[in-house]
Write a protein that binds this ligand. Structure first.
Ligand SMILES: *Cc1c(COP(=O)(O)O)cnc(C)c1O
Length: 428
């Protein structure tokens, strides 16, 4: 049973409904246990989700199969930056569903041109290579960097190397997990693709040492999300930018999670005034409706890929472009970024007041916070479960950290309420 032992809560829910408590007398028996059993028996156990079964969502709130409401403070790892069931994005998707959804890239379609043009413009670059998932954007970025290294920089065949960072998360393909240092992600899945060298995150001197004449790219998350919202020292990215320029190396920024509004800017790199050579985008680009990812760079880089050398059946499909275009136009107004900045200050100010009261550290930028929980209180997972019982969904990472990254449309009062509940959960 979910919520047993939970007392009714007065919450910041907009309609006055108590969170974590059935909104209305739900018909029939609770559905969750049976659905959890089906997943347990027939879905591969590659995740360990919280025992909440969501049936619908609107804005920053989701409702489970038994009618209980929760404030979503994960937002599908920032894929739902613009909120669940965003009316503008849903309307764009519905209209496109009635026209055409897939042509393949064997033919042209009428939304690819507008999508790549407006995305390039948002990024201040010239060209876009559309894919679907974040991992595919990363793989594509690796291929582009290697091809650029051989065809433009003049690296000897099969000698290219790419500098990556300890604690990185770039996705789940065999090549990508091969340069992860998370044993859960990596162990048991080798042999791995060679050509990567990993150095300490935040350490520009280590990057300088790792770069040699065969280095084609530095692949970096401007803020490491899965590692626990790790913000590097202020001089790190500018110094890496300079090293890349001096050594004829591409700076490839994985902004799959940090990009598209979350940090209060369109790109986290902009927090330090850094412009990478290549942006890798995903997650929020599809508005939480479609998997949409992209590699964005200038022509002299992206045109190293020639017809037939790379592709994707679904990459750049009409439905993806319809939703992606709407996302780009929302971001072009600057409104989501402004909201992330303003709400983020409010959230992190409130969270920092919990330091010493069960919280040992708070990191973040914009509406994105990593909160380290005092191990004496419990694990991140235990705290996530306590918060779930209070009507707040968060995800733990690396044992002691929980993340707050609600949709950018969250109401200020709901944020305040979430922090109040966190304080109570820490004191439980
Ligand atoms: C989520 C993520 C990816 C992988 O995206 P998928 O869509 O899950 O393949 C890559 N890089 C970063 C930084 C991410 O956060």
């Amino acid at each position: 049973m979910l919520h047993s032992g939970t007392s009714p809560l007065t919450s910041g829910a907009l309609d006055g409904t108590a969170a974590g408590v059935p909104a209305e007398a739900s018909a029939g028996e609770p559905n969750a246990p049976g659905l959890l059993r089906l997943e347990d028996e027939h879905a591969a156990h590659n995740y360990a989700p919280l025992p909440v079964v969501i049936a619908s969502g609107e804005g920053a709130w989701v409702t489970d199969v038994d009618g209980a409401r929760y404030l979503d403070c994960l937002a599908a790892y920032s894929a739902v930056n613009f909120g669940h069931s965003n009316p503008r994005l849903v309307a764009a998707a519905k209209a496109q569903l009635d026209r055409i959804t897939l042509t393949s890239r064997a033919f042209h379609h009428d939304l690819l041109g507008p999508f790549v043009t407006e995305l390039a413009e948002l990024c201040g670059k010239e060209m876009v290579l559309p894919m679907n998932t974040g991992a595919e954007a990363v793989e594509t970025g690796i291929k582009v960097a290697r091809a650029w290294g051989y065809r433009v920089k003049g690296v000897a065949p099969d000698e290219a190397n790419i500098v990556v960072f300890h604690g990185n998360f770039h996705g789940r393909t065999t090549t990508i997990v091969g340069f992860s240092d998370d044993p859960d992600a990596r162990d048991g899945f080798g042999p791995f693709t060679p050509g990567f060298r990993s150095v300490a995150y935040g350490d520009a001197a280590a990057v300088a040492e790792a770069i040699d004449e065969n280095t084609v790219a530095v692949l970096v998350e401007p803020i490491q999300g899965e590692a626990g919202v790790i913000v590097p020292p202020d001089d790190f990215l500018p110094e890496v930018r300079q090293l890349c320029t001096e050594n004829d190396v591409l700076l490839v920024a994985d902004e799959v999670q940090s990009g598209l509004g979350r940090v209060g800017e369109t790109f986290a790199c902009s927090l330090w005034g850094v412009v990478p050579d290549v942006y890798l985008l995903g997650k929020a680009l599809g508005g939480g409706i479609m998997p949409v990812s992209a590699v964005v760079a200038d022509r002299d880089i992206l045109e190293v890929i020639r017809p037939g050398e790379h592709g994707s059946t679904f990459g750049g499909n009409p439905l993806a472009c319809a939703v992606g275009l709407e996302v780009i136009r929302m971001l072009a107004t600057g409104d989501p970024q402004r909201r992330a900045r303003e709400l983020g200050e409010r959230l992190r100010g409130a969270l920092e007041r919990l330091i010493g009261r069960g919280v040992t550290a708070v990191r973040g930028a914009g509406l994105w916070a990593g909160v380290d929980v005092d191990p004496a209180i419990g694990t991140g997972r235990e705290l996530s479960e306590r918060l779930m019982r209070r009507g707040i969904l968060v995800k733990d990472t690396h044992g002691v950290t929980i993340r707050f990254a609600p949709p950018l449309v969250v109401e200020p009062a709901d944020l305040d309420w979430a922090v109040t509940e966190l304080a109570a959960a820490l004191a439980e």
